[in-house]
Structure formats: C-alpha cells, structure tokens
Design a protein around this ligand. Structure first.
Ligand code: AR6
Length: 178
C-alpha cells in the first residue's frame, strides 16, 4: 500500500534480519531488553544496545527512544514502549508508542523502518486490535505529516499475526494520497 510517497508493506519473519535503516524494538519502560523481539535484537546486535539503553535509563509507556544498532544491519534501534495488557488506557498508549516512533524516525531522517507487532507477546495485547491501531496510526500520520520515511514494514513473526495484519491492511483503500 502507498500513502503519499511512503510504501507500507507486510513481511513474515525475524525483524533482526531486515534490511532497513531503523528496527523498532518492543521495549519496556526500564529499557531492559528481555525476551521476544528485544532478546532477538540483543543476541544479534550485541550488548552495546543495552548499554545505550542503560544510559538513557527510562521511557514512559507510549514513548520511544533511539539508540545505535550494534552489529545489526540497521543503523538505529527505536525502542517503543507499548502497554502491558490490564494496566489501563492500552489503546491510546499503543497508538502513542507508534506515533512517537514515527516522529523520532522522521527527526533522524530515517528512510526505512520495520515495526514488530508491539505488545502482542509478553505484554498480552490482542493481535487484531494491535493491527488496527498500528496500521491506523501509521496511515493517519502519513496523511498528516511530512516525513523522510519512504518505506514502513510491519514484520510479523508467525502465520497467525501475519494473517491478522494482512486482513486489516486489505480492508483499507489501496491508494491514499495526501
Ligand atoms: N521478529 C519479529 N517479531 C518477533 C520476534 C522477532 N525476532 N520475536 C518475537 N516476535 P514481544 P511485547 C513477535 O514479547 O509483548 C520483552 O521481554 C512476538 O511473536 O517481543 O511488547 C521486552 O524486554 C509478538 O507478536 O513484545 C519487554 O519487557 C511481538 O513480536 C516485553 O517483552 C511482540 O512480542 C515487551 O513485550
């Protein structure tokens, strides 16, 4: 799908192998990289990413911070802090995490970005609602703002999550312009 001059696409697989300028991590507020996407980024990218996170120290839920990407092919990791299911106001917090990631990427002049399905693993957020919020927030941002982003990928780890994102993206009109 195209929105203005930005392409949105879905991929199935491991986000750490993506050939993009910035990979988005599904982070927690303390910026401690545990399992899931964070664990995979840490294993492949190396400890320098966690060390940079430790220097930053904290990010509120709904926020995002940027670090280098260690040994990953990418240049940056953007750590987006999604909500933990049950803590309250989860939809707005997820939408804010996506929006703040897109703003940060634009600020750093990033041209290609890969998102995972934030909060749908350890944090227990429902996949369909996640797809609606992440895709909806991204499209709204692209319709409203000028951005350096030419390509935004949603990288889904398993068949079920991929199918859910595909269904939500296919419901949207195929061409949108500013
Ligand atoms: N590439 C793409 N997607 C992945 C990968 C991968 N390599 N590995 C898992 N997923 P999660 P959260 C999917 O748990 O729910 C960590 O401990 C996974 O199937 O990574 O936001 C952090 O340190 C799921 O659909 O993130 C935080 O404390 C999605 O990515 C906490 O988990 C997100 O799962 C964050 O939890």
């Amino acid at each position: 799908m195209r929105v203005g001059s930005t392409e949105i696409a879905l991929l199935k697989g491991d986000i750490t192998l993506c050939d993009v300028e910035a990979v988005v991590n599904a982070a927690n507020s303390m910026l401690k990289m545990g399992g899931g996407v964070a664990g995979a980024i840490l294993r492949r990218g190396g400890q320098s990413i966690q060390e940079e996170c430790d220097r930053i120290g904290y990010c509120p839920v709904g926020g995002a911070v940027i670090t280098g990407a260690g040994r990953l092919r990418a240049r940056y990791v953007i750590h987006a802090v999604g909500p933990r299911m049950g803590e309250g106001d989860e939809d707005r917090k997820l939408s804010d995490a996506v929006l703040n990631t897109l703003k940060l990427a634009t600020q750093y002049n990033v041209k290609s970005l890969a998102f995972p399905a934030i909060s749908t693993g350890v944090f227990g957020f429902p996949k369909k609602r996640c797809a609606e919020i992440m895709i909806g927030t991204t499209i709204d941002y692209l319709l409203r703002e000028r951005t350096s982003l030419e390509k935004i990928l949603f990288v889904l780890y398993d068949d079920e999550t991929y199918r859910v994102f595909e269904e939500v993206l296919n419901r949207r009109p195929s061409q949108r312009t500013r």
